[in-house]
Design a protein around this ligand. Structure first.
Ligand code: AMP
Length: 354
């Protein structure tokens, strides 16, 4: 049996490995700093848990393998400039933007995009890192080292943030999970909840958007589309050509989780629609210590990534799934976590159907 290699050995790689086990697939995450000579076979398959990587001994071996699925897509989506160009080319709604170049000025940015403009580094920005606000009232100029390396985006006064996780097989077959409602605090995902009845009217629109993208890119595997909801419209904020944090709830809440779907798709195994079980919620554990007392809470599943705890670092997540809303409300009340978690838990409780 061929091996499925994963470029990157973080938590996403570990969860892909976990999902491959019952399928009998040997999933091997590879640390990008590894200097080992990998025993890559000609029929092995390569995927990635991250959209960009430095050139190292390990990544060079993987990226030159002929079965690296979606290899051409990664650089297209890892660079925010080419990602935005794809969205414009496919006429998919996104925040108005321009490329920050040598002659760009804050005055021009405000003239074209309004009073509040968010610059984002073309590469490497994640979890709110690599962002720089230009506010007209503060008269901030564009720093020289952002020119040629960033895009500028209009600030969107969104109602809320939602994401769609979908999977596409080699034969073009596609399946989607229900839209997920996400809470970001300071640019980092704290909590998700899905499915929500009130998001159902947006589901087919979101699926049509992500289908168009996956088809245009001839993409195989799981892709996530993060959007701003503004009234009944969806504006695409960001695309991730991989399994995504806002899909973690599917581990507890769907018959086939996003990790298994990705493994199935890239290895050419059959895809089938996932049955969604009950109500799910996910809480990211960010910079907090492990506490096994959480396991006393009914409906809770813990994923601990075995990483050193540092402020702002994702070190695990909690999934909750139950058909009984009061069990979920009780679990939220029983979680003792420091600021800003009380806000995130209140947000979840508020969005739980009554
Ligand atoms: P990103 O790194 O693009 O995923 O952005 C992280 C977070 O910053 C998003 O989830 C939003 O909460 C916020 N954000 C990003 N772009 C915009 C925008 N154009 N307007 C307002 N908020 C934004």
């Amino acid at each position: 049996m061929s091996v499925l290699w994963v470029l990157g050995a973080g938590q996403l790689g570990a969860m892909l490995k976990q999902a491959g086990t019952p399928l009998g697939i040997d999933v091997r995450p590879v640390d990008i700093e590894s200097t080992e000579t990998l025993a890559l076979g000609p029929t092995d398959i390569v995927t990635a848990e991250r959209e960009e990587w430095p050139e190292t001994v390990a990544t060079k071996q993987l990226a030159t393998h002929s079965n690296f699925v979606n290899l051409a897509t990664f650089p297209q989506l890892a660079d925010r400039l080419t990602q935005k160009q794809w969205l414009d080319r496919l006429e998919l709604a996104t925040a108005p933007w321009f490329s920050v170049e040598a002659d760009s000025t804050a005055a021009k940015a405000h003239e074209t995009l309004g009073e509040r403009v968010l610059m984002k580094r073309r590469r490497g920005g994640y979890d709110g890192r690599g962002q720089y606000w230009l506010k007209q009232s503060e008269g901030i100029e564009i720093p020289e080292d952002w020119k040629g390396h960033a895009i500028a985006e209009q600030a969107i006064n969104f109602d809320e943030e939602v994401s769609l996780v979908g999977v596409r097989g080699k034969n073009g077959e596609m399946h989607f999970y229900p839209l997920t409602l996400n809470l970001h605090i300071n640019g980092i995902l704290y909590a998700s909840i899905s499915p929500l009845e009130r998001l159902k009217p947006l589901q087919s629109k979101a699926e049509a958007m992500l289908s168009k993208l996956m088809e245009a890119l001839n993409y195989v595997g799981v892709m996530a589309m993060e959007c701003f909801r503004v009234d009944d419209e969806l504006l695409i904020n960001e695309l991730a050509p991989r399994v995504h944090n806002s899909g973690h709830w599917t581990q507890a809440g769907a018959s086939i989780c996003q990790f298994e779907n990705h493994v199935r798709a890239v290895t050419g195994l059959p895809l089938a629609p996932a049955e969604v079980k009950n109500q799910s919620m996910m809480v990211n554990l960010i910079g907090v210590d492990l506490n096994y007392d959480w396991l006393n809470l009914q409906g809770l599943e813990l994923y601990w990534y075995k990483k050193e705890v540092r402020p702002g670092r994702k070190v695990g997540h909690l999934n909750f799934c139950s058909g009984n809303y009061s069990v979920l409300q009780t679990a939220l009340t029983g979680l003792e976590l420091p600021s800003p978690y009380p806000d995130a838990l209140t947000w979840l409780a508020k969005n739980l159907p009554k």
